[in-house]
Design a protein around this ligand. Structure first.
Ligand SMILES: *Cc1c(COP(=O)(O)O)cnc(C)c1O
Length: 368
């Protein structure tokens, strides 16, 4: 006979903040990338925990991609261990000789961008052959070979029996800006004139703005898959993208201020007239940018308002004077559905990339 002792089931509820990740939005955005990519294959860029959306969740939602591009070996192994056998592009290649065994064992495609990597490859016995990307510095001056060493690098890879196919790659510095791609595209053409092999050039901005010139054989969209625009002159909605992450919370406190009263740390905001403010359970420890100034847009009960005062660790304040129904428990959207992350980022002097990537681990994620 068993005695079941009746116990009280304690259901611990998290505080109201959550990030809702839409897997259908991710799949939809990939389809938009596919429209622009034409016959080119797509590396879905899932670095930085898939721009904050969760690596495996995103890889699953983006399973129609032709491969996944990321940086960390730990992440590459997580993708493999989840049973995903699509190609994986290691955007920074590898870092030490011990990594090379992992490349073979897990069929990872490294980006080779410096001579030290080429030397490590030469000194290490490689199991089978590795497909590699050869990164050309066509003007961004971050990673890659340029006029003084690209020939040497190409010859060395060609002579290495452990190296199979070589794809030529470059990255644009200003595909979203005034410079565009022409200068880099031309220099890339000159630097790679005598080399055979497939090519991969385009990030989201290049793919959307210059698809004909840059799609080549493989494209590498990142930010657009998450429903944000790489441009300041064209919104995500205008491109047909849907926000994949919505950061939402609730009002947990209300204060009525008289004219001249001030709000928050540093007493940085002063009420110009009588006003009501709502305190939202979301702060910089959740990933909301602390440097977002007063006036940054927020939705409360679906209505647009603005932040007042400094963002603190766990809370921020908004003006709810004109939102009559707003009270404790009223929902608020910090970015996402109804309030583009790009707009919040712009108000905070940054880009949506940074906001998405900075989503803190303490924020509960709901997948829809
Ligand atoms: C991050 C990254 C991308 C994706 O860029 P988006 O602007 O997010 O589309 C593409 N290529 C390389 C080399 C990258 O590092």
């Amino acid at each position: 006979m068993t005695f079941v002792r009746p116990g009280r089931i304690l259901r611990l509820m998290p505080r109201p903040i959550r990030a809702t990740i839409s897997t259908t939005a991710l799949a939809h955005n990939l389809a938009i990338a596919r429209q622009h990519a034409g016959a080119a294959k797509i590396w879905a860029v899932v670095k930085a925990n898939a721009y904050g959306h969760g690596l495996l969740r995103a890889a699953q939602a983006l399973r129609e991609a032709d491969g996944f591009a990321l940086l960390d070996f730990v992440d590459a192994l997580r993708v493999r261990n989840a049973g995903i056998d699509k190609p994986i592009l290691m955007l920074e290649g590898f870092f030490m000789p011990e990594d090379i065994a992992l490349l073979s064992r897990y069929r990872l495609t490294p980006v080779i961008h410096n001579m030290a990597q080429i030397e490590m490859l030469e000194k290490t016995a490689i199991e089978g052959t590795l497909e590699v990307y050869l990164k050309i510095n066509s003007g961004m001056n971050r990673l890659g070979f340029t006029v003084d060493n690209v020939r040497l690098a190409s010859i060395a890879l060609g002579a290495n029996k452990g190296v199979g196919s070589v794809t030529l790659m470059t990255h644009f510095a200003d595909a979203d800006g005034a410079e565009g791609i022409q200068g880099q595209l031309q220099w890339f053409g000159v630097l790679t004139r005598s080399f055979e092999g497939p090519r991969s050039l385009a990030n989201s901005a290049a793919l959307l703005r210059f698809p004909e010139e840059t799609r080549a054989d493989w494209v590498r969209p990142g930010i657009m898959l998450y429903g944000c625009s790489p441009f300041t002159f064209k919104s995500a909605a205008e491109i047909g993208l849907r926000p994949a992450m919505t950061l939402s919370s609730e009002i947990i406190g209300v204060q009525h201020l008289e004219q001249g009263e001030r709000v928050g740390y540093g007493l940085a905001y002063q009420a110009a007239q009588e006003m009501t403010i709502g305190v939202i359970a979301c702060g910089y420890a959740d990933g909301y940018p602390r440097h977002a100034p007063s006036g940054t847009p927020v939705l409360v009960a679906g209505q647009r308002t603005r932040t007042v005062g400094r963002v603190s660790m766990d809370m921020l304040c908004v003006d709810i004077s004109d939102i009559e129904q707003a009270y404790v428990g009223t929902p608020a959207t910090l970015w996402g559905e109804g309030l583009p992350c790009d707009e919040v980022a712009q108000a905070a002097g940054t880009v949506s990339y940074e906001l998405l990537c900075a989503l803190a681990p303490r924020v509960p994620v709901v997948e829809i």
